[in-house]
Write a protein that binds this ligand. Sequence first.
Ligand code: FAD
Ligand code: DLZ
Ligand code: SF4
Length: 516
Amino acid sequence: MINNHTKTLRLVLGDQLNINHSWFKLVDDSVTYVMMEIRTETDYALHHIQKVTGIFAAMQNFAKELTLLQHKVIYLHLNDADNLQSFVENCKALIQQHHFNKFEYLLPDEYRVDEVLNNFSSTLSIPSAVFDSEHFYSTRYELKDLFTGKKTYLMETFYRYMRKKHQVLIIDEDKPLNGKWNFDEDNRQKLPKGHKVVTPLLFDNDLTLIETEIKKAAVKTLGVQNSKHFIWPINRKQSLDLLEYFVANCLPLFGTFQDAMAPGEWSLYHARLSFSLNIKLISPKEVVDKAIDAYFQNPGMIAYHQLEGFVRQIIGWREYMRGIYWSQMPEYATLNYFEHTAALPEWFWTGNTKMNCLKNAIQQSLHFAYAHHIQRLMVTGNFALLAGVHPDEVDAWYLGIYMDAIEWVEITNTRGMSQFADGGIVATKPYVSAAAYIHKMSTYCTGCYYDKAIKVGERACPFNSLYWNFYHNQEHKLSRNPRIGMMYSVWHKMNAETKTAILEQANYYLSNMNDL
Ligand code: FAD
Ligand code: DLZ
Ligand code: SF4
């Protein structure tokens, strides 16, 4: 029964746009929802302009949807005169003005905001309550509990646990469908010459008014956009359309070309659903169920390894990263295993480098606020690690530049998987490579100023010397890693002259990083 004397203020954050949440099932006159565009959120990172515009658009659409459903909504726009520009100050003021006698919010995904709202509610003189966001498969601390007492947090262990627990692609209660948990060996090919990649589904949203407001407020952003034809999904319908398009057009080749890279091809067979997922316009379960339905409804069209690889990204990697985040924060944000100190090269902000792989990955990121996983891991991330960049700098870049960058999933991927700054919690070895890997998976090296095949000399690919320089410098930390031992035997077998030349070349590049 609804208590008429209660007047509740419920806060909905910009990444909590889950219309299927139980909060919204019942219209309750005693409840008012508040959503706010605020400077603490626009300014905690230097965000891509498309990310700020897209989040505001999605928030505004969500508020409209709630209003249409007859919910009471207060929406504070960025330039509203009464907007105090912080969650706490706005909520405080609203509670006072409207005499709310209860405050409720949904569990934030970010440690920073969690702390703020926790402190706020504990100092309030009115009762408060916090609710689950009803989005993820797992709870905040489920991974931590699963690995209690264990030294390592293997993703594969977590993935199998999740498959069994949620009965996803499982037979006889606990056995993987088709006999194996992981079919990755069938995935990951280079794009064949002449292969025509599927055209990405782009939306055509006119967000010029939102862009004008962001500019009026002089919010500092990076990257570019065409706000008259904004390409990302900004509501649930568009997110579902993108999901539909993905399963019909991209899933059949998702795994095959998951790690492929080519100039001009910015999304290949990737889903580009991470933005919709991370702001909760759609749920991971909807995405997984849709992909599985497509597989069973179109026998022969989607091979099992494509489906399994995709499902693993969502119920494996995505949930795993969230679990790692909540098991390790706040210390995680301070980890710097290799004690790296260098600054990010200036061209990370422009893409103006002669290194073709980096130029492509960075320029497309500035253009689309998107790069796929292997571009993030094996091009930009690989370079930052080999160049000894401080993980704070690397994190700040990744937290700003991508549409999907929210700290819980950004920092675990960046500081953990990509920079190995956690010393091996997420990854079992650093993801570094020389030019050979980039050439194996891409066509970037053809037409590059640098020569992929040489380690030393004016045109030597910087990855080649930086790679050995990194292993050489970190031998005391890495040589006992059983997955790396082989590399050290190769390094030790090189003659002293060659080694010196490689290290000199690397040092030259490191001293002239902005000119590469
Ligand atoms: P697809 O390749 O189509 O994969 C499908 C879905 O699987 C994604 O939408 C995503 O929800 C999930 N997924 C795949 N890989 C991962 C992963 N490693 N961790 C978590 N979820 C995953 N992802 C973010 O959502 N936000 C980030 O800020 C982010 N930062 C990253 C930084 C680095 C250095 C690296 C290496 C990876 C990062 N990722 C991040 C993970 C991954 O690159 C993106 O999720 C993916 O590129 C999003 O594009 P997509 O939707 O086309 O993904
Ligand atoms: C990323 C972002 C931006 C740029 N702006 C807002 C905002 O003005 N209001 C808001 O509620 N959320 C915004 N977000 C997403 C938040 O950063 C996200 O909701 C919090 O980090 C909680 O995880
Ligand atoms: Fe990148 Fe080196 Fe290949 Fe050039 S040669 S594209 S820098 S890996």
